[in-house]
Design a protein around this ligand. Structure first.
Ligand SMILES: Nc1ncnc2c1ncn2[C@@H]1O[C@H](COP(=O)(O)OP(=O)(O)O)[C@@H](O)[C@H]1O
Ligand SMILES: [Mg+2]
Length: 291
């Protein structure tokens, strides 16, 4: 979809001329008005919108006896659709960066992230990881007795990512809002979800401006710069000059960010974990984490 089509679509939705679930089909109103009118009243389109037309989701919605539930989540990347049914679950989410499909596919193949399915342009379709986030600790699923084991599994997972030149580059166990990207699945295995700001070091030290932004966005220097209300031009110049600095930053320094996010995240879990738990976690982690 071109930028002007997207603008036209947003305008029609914001003025109420087009129901939001039909927004992606708006242009059909000009080219195939009969078809568009059918979509307006189609109960599946009303319930699932565009998600019913994704590979695999189509089968789940249109070809199964009982149609799945659909719920929505997502914050930074926009709307994340979660389809759950008795037979099959999946997640459809907008790409957060232009390299995400490649990185998420590799992470899925390594068993570190959700398996990736065929999708439509601009979106990931992936395995739904059923389980609990590490921050969702409660009395009937206490993580503390297996905290070292979780550390062991995360160490192996980061070892695989780094060996394959992926820096996860995001909070893993917990962010300051207690949101986690680490799910303990039903087989007591761990999975990391959301490779939206991960970095591929395949072309190191060459990074795109988008990757440079993903690297600097959480750094104090960028946070201070942001408080100065920079213009688009200022941001571009900032990123351009930082882009040239990567040759002075070793890959090890970049991968170290994942360990930094991890230790910061553990500190943010003091309501659940004792100091001894955190030590056990890190001992487990370092027993398998190899670079
Ligand atoms: N593969 C997945 N399996 C299970 N839940 C998921 C999956 N992907 C996303 N989610 C859910 O959707 C939320 C948002 O997804 P995420 O990719 O982290 O986007 P954002 O960072 O924008 O919130 C997650 O916190 C999680 O609850
Ligand atoms: Mg996220």
């Amino acid at each position: 979809m071109s930028e002007s089509d997207a603008r036209a679509m947003n305008l029609e939705v914001s003025t109420g001329a087009c129901p939001s679930h039909l927004a992606p089909f708006l242009r059909l109103n000009d080219s195939h008005p009969d078809l568009y009118r059918k979509l307006v009243i189609d109960p599946f389109v009303v319930k699932y919108g565009v998600y019913g037309f994704f590979p695999r989701a189509y089968d789940l919605i249109y070809l199964s006896d009982k149609s799945p539930n659909i719920t929505f989540s997502g914050r930074t990347r926009g709307r994340v659709a979660i389809l759950t049914s008795r037979s099959n679950n999946m997640v459809i989410k907008p790409l957060q960066n232009s390299n995400e499909a490649k990185v998420a596919t590799l992470a899925g193949e390594l068993g570190v992230g959700p398996k990736q399915f065929d999708s439509l342009q601009g979106f990931l379709s992936e395995e739904y990881i059923s389980g609990t986030f590490i921050t969702d600790n409660h009395s009937n699923s206490d993580i503390r007795p297996c905290i070292e084991d979780i550390g062991i599994k995360l160490g192996a997972a980061f070892g695989k990512l780094h060996e394959n030149k992926i820096c996860y580059n995001d909070s893993t166990v917990s962010d300051p809002d207690k949101r986690s990207h680490l799910i303990l699945d039903q087989a007591s295995d761990i999975k990391l979800i959301d490779f939206g700001i991960s970095l591929s070091l395949e072309e190191y030290p060459n990074f795109s401006l988008e990757e440079t932004f993903n690297y600097v966005r959480t750094m104090p220097i960028y946070r201070i710069f942001e408080t100065m209300n920079p213009t688009q031009g200022d941001i571009h110049s900032f990123l351009k000059s930082y882009q040239g600095k990567f040759k002075e930053i070793s890959p090890d320094t970049i991968y170290d960010r994942d360990l930094q996010f991890l230790t910061e995240g553990l500190q943010l879990m003091s309501d659940i974990l004792t100091e001894a738990d955190k030590t056990a976690f890190m001992q487990g982690f370092h027993s398998t984490y190899k670079r």
